[in-house]
Design a protein around this ligand. Structure first.
Ligand SMILES: [Zn+2]
Length: 425
């Protein structure tokens, strides 16, 4: 493979990839709807125009997925997976440019989803086009663009994996933050969730007669710190993950601008669950004592940790609180279930992936575990395909206002996704 030629083709596609990213950002695919039909139609049009074989796969017509395929001479098949759905934009006034404007300014494409992860999707689209224009590529390559990643992959990667549609030798996950040209890194895996809901039940009464009521909100507030105690519970992830965890801590320390306290918590939460209470509901009227209130917690575990043990420990804490009427709800978990996914760093796949990124960037390539979840959980755990991540996202952009991506990162993504598809053996 001629790496200089790939680099040149990617650099020549700078405007193309920026315009595609801007175009894709303009389709609002935010949850709770999370509709990907317009984004998929946009990708299909581009692929059709360039003669790239493609298929739409949908379990929900409003949430289709699309695959672009370039057939190779050999037997090997490389998958690339990225998602088209995004999280809500939050308050519009927090955005310099409207969240779905796809504005191109200051060397960046701006808007919800630019970093997480429509940018990487457009880099993959251009890679598919470039590979398709080459004669005799060695590997078959499939670029999958999915729905529902932000809510667990129900109509997207999880469904595609469960129905046997993902088939391949290795899979590149385009989600996450690959550190750009300066601090390149690949993802060995990602944390997984063990979210719980704390429910408080009491006795309703008129607001003027507190002695007759039993206020569920009051109990809920008292119960929350008992759930949060899980922040210090030692996780039971496999020993052989320890070097990757040390690398991850080092990576986040270097690339995120953290205060000493933030740094301490970041490192701590690779060994213990991270826990945040992010939704509270309760109460119906100012003059009614509520008999029901609930709090939802996002709890993230280092890959390989047993989720049920964590949930049972939370239940124990809540019981220890002695507060009556509290209950911990969670999804069905089997004792053997473990969180997230991770690959070992010593496979031929990992070496080839790191080496090509090193060749392209000229920098040492770090390995890390992503704190957020990705479609890699489905490709690795359900479809059984070794999955490593390299994302084009900028640090600290995902799920934030003023989300953006540098055009430089998009071009780098085109280079890496194209070159790896060609060199993998
Ligand atoms: Zn993402």
């Amino acid at each position: 493979m001629d790496l200089d030629k790939i680099s040149k083709l990617a650099e020549e596609a700078e405007n193309e990839v920026a315009e595609l990213c801007s175009g894709l950002v303009k389709f609002n695919s935010a949850h709770p709807d999370g509709y990907t039909d317009e984004a998929v139609a946009f990708i299909k049009k581009y692929l059709d125009e360039h003669g790239v074989e493609n298929e739409v796969h949908a379990s929900d017509p409003k949430k289709p997925n699309i695959v672009a395929r370039v057939k190779g001479k050999g037997e090997k098949k490389v998958l690339w997976v990225g998602h088209l759905d995004v999280v809500p934009e939050g308050k519009p006034e927090n955005w310099t440019y409207p969240p779905y404007s796809g504005t191109i300014a200051d060397g960046c494409v701006w808007g919800r989803g630019s970093s997480d992860m429509k940018g990487a999707c457009t880099a993959a689209m251009v890679s598919a086009r470039i590979l398709n224009e080459m004669k005799d590529v060695p590997n078959t390559v499939e670029f999958w663009f999915t729905a529902d990643e932000e809510i667990g992959g129900g109509a997207g990667a999880r469904w595609l994996a469960e129905t046997g549609r993902f088939k391949g030798d290795v899979c590149v996950i385009g989600d996450g933050n690959g550190g750009g040209p300066d601090a390149p890194s690949i993802d060995l895996g990602c944390k997984g969730g063990a979210g719980v809901k704390l429910v408080a039940r009491g006795q309703t009464a008129h607001g003027s007669t507190p002695y007759l009521g039993d206020n569920a909100i009051k109990k809920l507030i008292a119960g929350i710190p008992w759930v949060e105690k899980i922040n210090d519970y030692p996780l039971d992830f496999p020993e052989d993950l320890k070097p990757a965890i040390l690398d991850s801590i080092e990576y986040y320390r270097k690339t995120q601008d953290l205060t000493p306290d933030q740094e301490k918590l970041m490192a701590h939460n690779f060994y213990t669950p991270s826990v945040t209470c992010n939704i509270i509901n309760g109460g119906v009227k100012t003059n009614v004592i509520p008999d029901y209130a609930e709090a939802q917690f996002d709890i993230r575990l280092t890959p390989g940790s047993h989720q049920l043990r964590v949930v049972q420990h939370i239940k124990k804490h809540v019981k220890d609180s002695g507060i009556k009427g509290l209950e911990v709800e969670h999804r069905d978990l089997k004792p053997e279930d473990t969180a997230g996914f991770s690959e070992t760093p010593n496979t031929s796949f990992a070496h080839q992936f790191k080496d090509i990124i090193h060749e392209i960037t000229g920098k040492p390539v770090n390995t890390k575990i992503l704190t957020g979840g990705t479609d890699g959980i489905s490709t690795s755990r359900i479809a059984g395909i070794p999955s490593l991540g390299y994302g084009t996202s900028l640090t600290g952009q995902a799920h934030q206002p003023n989300e953006r991506i540098t055009i430089e990162n998009l071009v780098l993504g085109v280079k890496i996704y194209t070159a790896f598809s060609l060199i993998y053996k």
